[in-house]
Design a protein around this ligand. Structure first.
Ligand code: FAD
Ligand code: SF4
Length: 488
């Protein structure tokens, strides 16, 4: 994608916007006739060799034109299906009028990290899913491009308004809260707790803040520059961080209360323990969990990723790992999945991007064994073959193994992207802290996130299992409010 392409998109949107604004009033028919806008993006071949962000975002006229498509529904589906209730029509009205400064202010009143959520939220399953304009056009993909509109406003603030401002902090309460984990749940909890006037210390086992935002979601979807921008307010607000400390190993929750005099603890340790398939050969050289593969790729650490990569799984993490494989030098990347593309849990947009970049999908197959060459490195995979059976509890067709049928494929690298769970060090080191069978923490009250231990709260993936960034932020904020009420 060249500058000329971006200029052409801007010129075309500008001309259409001028014609629209020249009308005495804009009717519903006019709105339905506006060309749905798509941001400029790198071409699939360019993308495969760079960690640069794939999408280049809307230009100013594109944003205004797209916002003008909004029908200002009386009962907006977009707001109702946004986990944090973003006042979409109100901010779109401001964008449509070119008042980007007030638009971002309105967005920030609801979201702590709009430049992140606008890039990573599964919009097609949330706000965009039921947009009335998509319904009127009988094509959900023509609903308002809400992620791109929010991104435009957040980028405008960063590039043209001198950056985000720190939030006001209430008078000191004299109370101390420990936050375990610096992912979106812990970050959201820490910021809100600080604004309430508490002293906040984040204990993070890694060397930097961000959790999955830094180590999991690839740079080509969420640039680290954007993450660092959103996190830049933390030190300015006086939030302290202790890095390289794993709670449950280096210090325990009882010690945080008794020795360090914390008044409350928030657990936001995520669900970062990768699951394995259990098939023979998982320990071979060249076999990685998606967690390790993406972490090393994101941190540019050395990783022996080969030319012929097979990713196992059908979710967004599998899409990220397969796309990362090209950036790590692969020539052939295939995803092996037990069902078909139609049943994949991955967002359609993520699947589309992976396919565009050349990832192939091997449907109705699953590894039965991973085989090595004479040096102990993966060389082949033996696959079981499946067909679709009756639907499961969620209505997805079950994969049914076809007995007696198998297939072999070559691979020099295998990435397992079959899910993750909460690790157990915090539960194991905290008497009375109860968890479900899958490792998530049991709460006394879902309205507060308080666990079975008094003054110990939880949010994010550690509460609800692997979900989304926006839900992690939301539950972190719910717990922060509850902690504040309890400590007051
Ligand atoms: C590859 C990948 C891609 C994803 N893509 C998307 C996406 O596009 N959109 C989306 O909405 N969601 C996505 N998700 C899911 C989303 O990232 C998570 O739901 C979200 O990050 C959960 O936030 P969290 O704060 O609960 O946990 P995490 O982000 O996992 O953060 C937990 C933090 O706690 C730290 N920690 C763990 N244990 C301890 C301990 N004992 N002591 C101290 N620190 C500890 C970890 O180092 C980490 O920094 C993706 C997930 C993955 C893995
Ligand atoms: S559902 Fe779509 S058209 Fe209706 S208010 Fe929301 S963004 Fe606008």
């Amino acid at each position: 994608m060249t500058t000329a392409n971006i200029e052409a998109l801007e010129a075309s949107a500008k001309a259409e916007l001028s014609a629209l604004l020249a009308k005495e009033s804009i009717s519903l028919k006019d709105k339905l006739a506006i060309t749905p806008q798509k941001p400029a993006e790198l071409s699939p071949l360019e993308r495969r060799t760079t960690m640069q962000e794939t999408s280049l975002g809307f230009t100013e006229s594109q944003a205004r034109l797209e916002a003008n498509r909004c029908m200002k529904c009386k009962k907006p589906f977009c707001t109702a299906s946004c986990p944090i209730g973003m006042p979409v029509p109100a901010y779109l009205e401001l964008v449509a009028a070119g008042n980007f400064e007030d638009a971002i202010q309105l967005i920030r009143d609801t979201s702590l990290f709009p430049s992140i959520c606008s890039r990573v939220c599964p919009h097609e399953k949330q706000c965009q899913q039921n947009c009335a304009i998509g319904k009127s056009l009988k094509d959900p993909s023509k609903g308002l491009s809400l992620g791109n509109l929010e991104r435009f406003c957040a980028d405008y603030e960063r590039e043209k308004m001198g950056g985000k401002k720190i939030l006001p902090i209430d008078a000191p309460t004299g109370k101390k809260v420990a936050v375990i984990g610096g992912g979106p749940a812990g970050l959201a909890a820490a910021i809100d707790l600080r604004t309430f006037g508490h002293d906040v210390v984040i204990f993070e086992s890694a060397k930097e803040l961000g959790g999955v935002l830094r180590y999991g979601i690839p740079e080509f979807r969420l640039p680290k520059e954007i993450l660092d921008y959103e996190l830049s307010i933390l030190p300015k607000m006086g939030i302290s961080c202790k890095f390289g400390i794993t709670v449950g190993k280096d210090i325990t929750i009882p010690e945080l209360f008794e020795k360090e005099n914390f008044d409350a603890v928030f657990i936001g340790n995520g669900a970062g323990l990768a699951l394995k398939t259990g098939v023979p050969g998982e320990e071979l050289k060249g076999v990685f969990t998606a967690e390790e593969y993406l972490r090393k790729g994101n941190l540019s650490q050395p990783i022996e990723s080969g030319k012929n990569v097979v990713v196992v799984g059908g979710g967004n993490v599998a899409m990220d790992a397969s796309r990362m494989a090209f950036r790590l030098g692969a020539e052939k990347v295939r995803i092996v999945y037990r069902r078909t593309k139609n049943e994949m849990p991955a967002c359609k947009a993520e699947l589309h991007e992976a396919l565009e970049e050349g990832v192939e999908i091997l449907e109705l197959k699953n590894p039965a064994e991973i085989l090595s060459d004479t040096n102990g490195r993966v060389e082949k995979i033996r696959l079981d073959l499946f067909e679709l059976g009756e639907p499961d509890e969620q209505g997805r067709a079950r994969p049914v193994k076809i007995e007696g049928k198998e297939e072999f494929i070559d691979a020099d690298t295998v990435v397992l992207a079959i899910g993750s769970k909460v690790s157990s060090e915090i539960k194991d080191s905290t008497p009375g802290l109860e968890t479900n069978r899958n490792g998530t923490f049991i709460v006394q009250n879902s309205e507060t996130g308080e666990t079975s231990c008094e003054n110990v709260f939880v949010g994010g993936d550690a509460l609800h299992g692997p979900q989304t960034v926006v839900l992690a932020m939301k539950t972190g904020r719910i717990a922060a409010k509850a902690i504040h009420e309890k400590l007051s």
